[in-house]
Design a protein around this ligand. Structure first.
Ligand code: 16G
Length: 241
């Protein structure tokens, strides 16, 4: 039994170690997007690890969206960030799940009276105040999205409350988003957006508009996001009725 337990103890860190090693190799570009991984058996032989260990490490990285498995073809470094279209996650959540360190560059930040569009989206009366952000969202110095957010000032008293993550600020203040409505459409980045995103003008993007609600029906967020079209894969599970 003793021997067995030791074996177990050694095996758990081995797959985690491999998982971290592969994650670092992907993050620092040693393993490139789209690159094929050696097969499980070959990788195991090279690293002197069991196939079970290799398989477990790979399964973890597939779950994180860093690797993708294609039936019959093998395992590849993911070329895109896999993002659920049916879960209320934040930009920060999505990138942390990939082991990346997301950042916000504030292009604008302030308080003002609602525009008619914001008033409708947030269920506010004309003249109400909103906190506004215009942010460039990056990871590993790469621009991934531009986001314009409006939050009722009754929800967020001061624009300075948000550091890197809006949702982290919500959590800190005990504001618990319960659901959201989202719409998505294809766009081409205009000259100004393209400059900020370090992309050629006219590059394809995804426009995503999100209105986020509390359990009691109050709207706490109206965000218009412009995601890089070539960086994301949106996935959702669909159910028949
Ligand atoms: C995501 C949301 C956006 C939200 C932001 C908060 C989509 C399409 N949009 O980008 O509505 O404001 O996350 O991220 O997912 P943060 O907590 O990192 O600031």
């Amino acid at each position: 039994a003793e021997f067995h337990r030791q074996g177990e103890a050694r095996r758990a860190p081995a797959y985690q170690h491999l998982r971290r090693t592969l994650q670092h190799a992907i993050e620092n570009g040693e393993l490139k997007p789209g690159q094929a991984l050696p097969g499980e058996r070959e990788l195991g032989k090279r690293l002197e690890l069991s196939r079970v260990t290799v398989r477990k490490a790979i399964a973890g990285l597939v779950a994180d969206g860093l690797l993708v498995q294609r039936q019959g073809a093998g395992t590849f470094v993911a070329e895109r960030i896999v993002k659920s279209f049916s879960q209320l996650t934040s930009f920060t959540d999505d990138l942390r799940a990939r082991g990346l360190d997301p950042k916000s560059v504030f292009l604008e930040r302030g308080v003002g009276e609602v525009t008619p569009e914001e008033a409708m989206a947030l269920n506010l009366s004309p003249g109400a105040l909103v906190v506004r952000y215009y942010r460039l969202r990056t990871a590993a110095e790469q621009p991934l999205a531009l986001e314009r957010t409006a939050v009722p000032q009754s929800v967020l008293a001061d624009p300075a409350l948000v550091g890197n993550s809006l949702y982290a600020t919500f959590a800190r203040l005990g504001i618990r988003p319960a659901r959201a409505l989202q719409r998505l459409r294809a766009i081409a980045f205009d000259a100004e957006q393209a400059r900020l995103m370090h992309l050629p003008e006219g590059s394809p993007g995804l426009f995503i508009e999100r209105r986020t609600f509390l359990e009691d029906g109050r709207v706490v967020e109206f965000t218009r996001s412009f995601y890089r079209g070539d960086a994301y894969d949106f996935v959702a599970e669909l159910h028949s009725e």
